[in-house]
Design a binder for this molecule. Structure first.
Ligand code: F0G
Length: 449
């Protein structure tokens, strides 16, 4: 059967609200044409992020009641840690309120000014946290990743030759750690192969540098390995995930993605001495090491979510549903980052809107038009987000987990194709305000003259 069905049924519903084009035009003007500043109640289909937006399962909701809210030694922490250690295998598990809190603690402890942290591609908060401690974040994706149209199975891979060259050039003493992001969110949500992780591990061993995994979407990455990497067809997603993490010295994790939690994360490491420093820092800003800025019930939701995300029927549906959206629009002429990833589809707005110069933010212009036309909220990943460092002008349609049905996806397909039909009429934008860090969250625009 070809029909994609959700491997769950709906128990509680949340209404979404239609608005008119005229209303949305007013909301856009008020928000300075920045969709981060639009009220969610005025959004019909919210594809801004797959982070913290998942629908929890009945088991997760049930687990909330089990939450042990003890200040220290909460049973919920130990339950969550058992699940994490079973999948991730790291000795120390340090909870944090979300991924970037784990990043901040990791880089504060491991990096000093002048250090260099290579990655396949750093996510924006990762880069910002590295730069905040005076170190330099370097992206080393494989060269093929620059071609949005190339259909390779593992376009999220790191360029291992470039990694070796960089380590020799700056010397291992100035490289406190290597990061690998799975899947590679900033490079189109593309997966990283086990072979690539192994090759990065070999380089890390050769130079005595630790390897950390930014594990936000580890289950989606594991399922791509099962589908695409020879030798893994008969392995379970959990076995594949366990093998991935066996190659790392630790990880950062945002539970807001592949743990179906609305908040949470952790930092994990095999190093006793680092864990001690990290826990001391944790107490300063996040809280005691058995809750790390979370309620006991949040820890419960993460533990249950981590087990559910590795179910094959879920992962099969997840990848099929996102792939369906990508194929439907790409086969009708909308340029996307090929091949489709699992958590999002990325439209190559640079290609779609060649009449809008980079200085007028073509991807932001498309984000604005998708909202104006159909009430769909997406996010710019281009010059607004990365400034001069942007290599592409992309619009990300991130799909919240277990939230939207296939007919919602069909609506999105229809809307994008309608916008594409009159793409020549879309106008660029002019930035009127920007903040010093992570400017995309608060920037304001007006239609270009
Ligand atoms: N690493 C990656 C690869 C991410 O995608 C994110 C968040 C983080 C780290 C930080 O985690 O949000 O829990 O602090 N990505 C979200 C997104 C925000 O929309 O892609 P966080």
């Amino acid at each position: 059967m070809k029909t994609i069905i959700e491997p769950f049924k709906i128990k509680a519903i949340e209404p979404i609200r239609q608005t008119t084009v005229k209303e949305r035009e007013a909301h856009l003007e008020e928000a300075g044409y920045n969709l981060f500043l639009v009220h969610a109640r005025n959004v019909l289909i919210d594809l801004l992020s797959d982070s913290g937006t998942s629908a929890m399962s009945t088991e997760q909701w049930a687990a909330l009641m089990r939450g042990d809210e003890s200040y220290a030694g909460s049973e919920s922490f130990y339950r969550m840690r058992r699940v994490v250690q079973n999948i991730f295998g790291f000795r120390h598990v340090i909870p944090a309120h979300q991924g970037r809190a784990a990043e901040r603690i990791l880089f504060s402890v491991m990096c000093k000014p002048g250090d260099v942290v290579p990655s396949n591609t750093h996510f924006d908060t990762t880069r910002a946290n590295i730069e905040f401690v005076g170190a330099r974040a370097v992206d080393l994706p494989i060269p093929e990743a620059a071609d949005t149209q190339a259909r390779l199975p593992f376009k999220g891979n790191m360029d291992v030759e470039a990694l070796r060259k960089l380590i020799v050039e700056v010397t291992p003493a100035r490289i406190p750690l290597i990061m690998v992001t799975v899947t590679n969110n900033s490079a189109g949500g593309q997966p990283v192969s086990m072979a690539n992780l192994r090759a990065v591990r070999a380089a890390a061993d050769e130079f005595g540098v630790p390897l950390y995994i930014d594990a936000c979407r580890f289950a989606e990455n594991a399922y791509f390995i099962k589908l695409r990497e020879p030798g893994y067809e008969c392995r379970t997603p959990k076995q594949i995930a366990q093998e991935m993490f066996s190659l790392g010295d630790g990880c950062t994790f945002s539970a807001k993605k592949d743990a179906f939690a609305n908040i949470g994360g952790f930092l994990a490491t095999n190093s006793d001495s680092l864990a001690e420093l990290e826990k001391n820092l944790l107490i300063l800003t996040e809280g005691f090491p058995t809750y790390g800025g979370l309620a006991g019930r949040d820890l419960e939701a993460i533990g249950v979510g981590l087990e559910e995300v590795l179910h094959e029927d879920y992962l099969q549906y997840r990848i099929a549903s996102t792939g369906y959206l990508g194929r439907r629009i790409a086969d009708h002429g909308v340029p996307i980052v090929e091949p489709p990833g699992a958590h999002a589809i990325y439209i190559d707005a640079g290609r779609m809107l060649p009449h809008i110069p980079r200085a007028q933010f073509p991807a932001q212009a498309l984000v604005v038009e998708l909202y104006r036309h159909a009430g769909i909220r997406s996010v710019e990943i281009g010059s607004v987000m990365f400034g001069e460092n942007a290599t592409h002008e992309l619009v990300r349609l991130a799909i919240p987990r277990r939230v939207y049905t296939q007919s919602h996806i069909d609506y999105v397909v229809e809307a994008i194709l309608e916008v594409n039909d009159r793409r020549e009429k879309i106008r660029g934008l002019q930035m009127t305000y920007e903040a010093k860090f992570l400017r995309h969250f608060t920037a304001r625009f007006r239609p270009a003259a």
